[in-house]
Design a protein around this ligand. Structure first.
Ligand SMILES: NC(=O)c1ccc[n+]([C@@H]2O[C@H](COP(=O)([O-])OP(=O)(O)OC[C@H]3O[C@@H](n4cnc5c(N)ncnc54)[C@H](O)[C@@H]3O)[C@@H](O)[C@H]2O)c1
Length: 265
């Protein structure tokens, strides 16, 4: 869904108070697709952003784009399934920008592990999917908690998927696992002032998402979803809300942003 608005409105030099002024955010998987839009959205809302990705060149390019527009941004290479690397990522954000207030657990394996069945996929694929999509967000959360706890305030947003609520094999297992992890971490971290929520997007136009879906599947989806497809930018408002003080009484929640794909009661 394209709004036609100028995404550069609220430029880094703007004198208007923004909801995330003075905050520091880490976005994992920020080299492209949704993560890159998330990083820009947080920067436009006032945050300094560390873009973390396995694909360092992409993360660097995205950070450079933000800096060119007057925002504070930096890039770092990380494998979210590597505990030491993730700790280094959190340290880098704190050293570079002074603290960590917001973590967006967006990195995941998706297009590259899609297809196959739970009874048929190689065990190696199962383990790697869990390591990146589920253990990764937990490691990232653990790494930032000390920085947030020190201030008594923080926001963690986990990127789930509408696929969590439909049969989606190993991918869906990890995304529904994230919904559960969100609820548990919300309870566990509330006394430290840290809110933990999730976003479950529907079908989004990214290289890894809708763009790789065969035309006949796309047509069937379009016929069954009230507002069929979204762009990464359609998720940004929800993210900024969950990252900002406006959502301070919201925790453990999974927000479906999906054009009505997954009806929830
Ligand atoms: N596109 C969609 O339709 C859709 C729908 C629902 C949920 N999602 C979720 O949104 C997120 C982003 O999706 P996208 O479409 O932008 O996909 P994408 O593949 O473009 O983005 C994923 C990013 O994660 C990075 N990454 C992969 N493994 C990593 C690792 N071990 N450590 C660090 N970074 C790693 C990749 O390099 C990539 O930049 C994912 O969590 C995905 O599951 C996407």
């Amino acid at each position: 869904m394209t709004t036609g608005t100028d995404s550069r409105a609220g430029h880094g030099g703007s004198a208007t108070a923004r909801p995330l002024d003075g905050k520091v955010a880490i976005v994992t998987g920020a080299a492209g697709g949704i993560g890159r839009a998330y990083a820009r959205g947080l920067a436009e809302a006032g945050a300094a952003v560390l873009l973390a990705d396995l694909a360092l060149d992409g993360a660097r390019a995205a950070a450079k784009d933000l800096e060119a527009d007057g925002y504070e941004a930096a890039a770092v290479r990380v494998d979210v399934s590597d505990e030491a690397g993730v700790a280094e990522m959190a340290r880098t954000a704190a050293e570079r920008f002074g603290s960590v207030d917001i973590l967006v657990n967006n990195a995941a394996l998706m297009a590259e592990i899609m297809g196959g069945t739970l009874t048929g996929i190689p065990l190696e694929t199962w383990h790697r999917t869990l390591a990146v999509n589920l253990t990764g967000p937990l490691l990232c959360a653990r790494a930032v908690v000390p920085y947030m706890a020190e201030k008594g305030y923080g926001k963690i947003v986990n990127q789930s998927s509408g696929g969590a609520f439909l049969p989606s094999a190993h991918y869906g297992v990890t995304k529904l696992g994230l919904v559960s992890m969100t609820m548990s971490l919300a309870k566990e971290l509330a006394p430290k002032g840290i809110r933990v929520n999730a976003i479950a997007p529907g079908w989004v136009n990214t290289d890894a998402g809708l763009s790789t879906t065969p035309p006949e599947v796309r047509a069937a989806l379009a016929a069954s979803i009230p507002i069929p497809f979204g762009d990464p930018e359609d998720l940004v408002g929800g993210l900024v809300y969950l990252a900002s003080p406006a959502s301070d009484w919201v925790t453990g929640h999974t927000l479906n942003i999906d054009g009505g794909w997954i009806p929830r009661t």
